[in-house]
Design a protein around this ligand. Structure first.
Ligand code: KIV
Length: 262
């Protein structure tokens, strides 16, 4: 089995120029496959709202749902570092509430770290959570929990603001930062300026690592995919073919056959 990935390992991968591979997962069977394929970091993303719950965005996802999904993933993860994603309104109300909710990911779901969205606005929260020993991954650029404030899922292009956010989350103690939906050239400058690893999604090839939503990569849903997604499989087609065959065989009496009976 591969050795356990830790936050210090991720930082040393950046220093050595080794690419970090990250992917989301939300349940035991997929997390096991992802881990066994050598992915370094599994994010239990609040994208569970979009790709598992069928919601229009991530806003309805609750803390209890995130704990439920994160525990399934940590049971399956052998060597990957598991990061639990803090859902909307689990860290914005007060610092005390944010620490309490972040702690639940480690205490009840056995995650190794948490992720939260925002730059300058969440600096005090990042400081407070990391000061109690909980590693924090920041997430800047296109932050899906702010979909209404951004006026949709829009590429973020304000270089000064993005650079300030990145430098400030690093100074506040974040061990890594997700860069989402920003021009490659800005992501490249941020990656160079930081000593913590940048993990890109729609941020070009120069980030220290990449992340995608598992269901998008595997073609498990027929939802609209952003330009930055590469679909590596079409599991929806394989699933539909298998289920249609089952429907047909039950209706025609072909299943169950002799070998399936006692
Ligand atoms: O929720 C999520 O899956 C994420 C990743 C896309 C970075 O935040």
């Amino acid at each position: 089995m591969a050795s356990q990935i830790t936050i210090t390992k991720l930082i040393s991968m950046k220093q050595k120029g080794e690419k970090i591979v990250a992917l989301t997962a939300y349940d035991y069977p997929f997390a096991k496959i992802v881990d066994e394929c050598g992915v370094h970091l599994i994010l239990v993303g609040d994208s569970v709202g979009n790709v598992v719950q069928g919601e229009a965005n991530t806003l309805p996802v609750t803390m209890d749902q995130m704990i439920y999904h994160t525990r399934m993933v940590t049971r399956a993860a052998g060597s990957a570092l598991v990061v639990g994603d803090m859902p909307f309104m689990s860290y914005q109300v007060s610092i005390k509430n944010a620490i309490k909710n972040a702690g639940r990911f480690l205490k009840e779901a056995a995650a190794a770290a948490i992720k939260l969205e925002g730059g300058t606005a969440v600096i005090e929260t990042i400081k407070a959570i990391s000061s109690v020993g909980i590693p924090v991954q920041a997430h800047i650029g296109l932050t899906p929990q702010s979909v209404h404030q951004m006026g949709g899922y829009k590429v973020q292009r304000d270089e000064d603001r993005l650079m300030t956010d990145a430098l400030e989350v690093e100074a506040a103690g974040a061990f890594s930062v997700v860069l989402e939906g920003i021009p490659s050239v800005i992501a490249q400058k941020i990656t160079k300026a930081l000593s913590i690893p940048t993990i890109g999604i729609g941020a070009g090839p120069d980030c220290d690592g990449q992340i995608l939503v598992l269901h998008d990569l595997l073609g498990l849903n027929d939802r609209h995919l952003p330009k930055f997604v590469k679909q590596y499989a079409r599991l929806i087609d394989a699933a539909k073919a298998g289920i249609s065959e089952y429907v047909d065989e039950v209706q025609t009496g072909k299943f169950p056959a002799e070998e399936h009976c006692y």
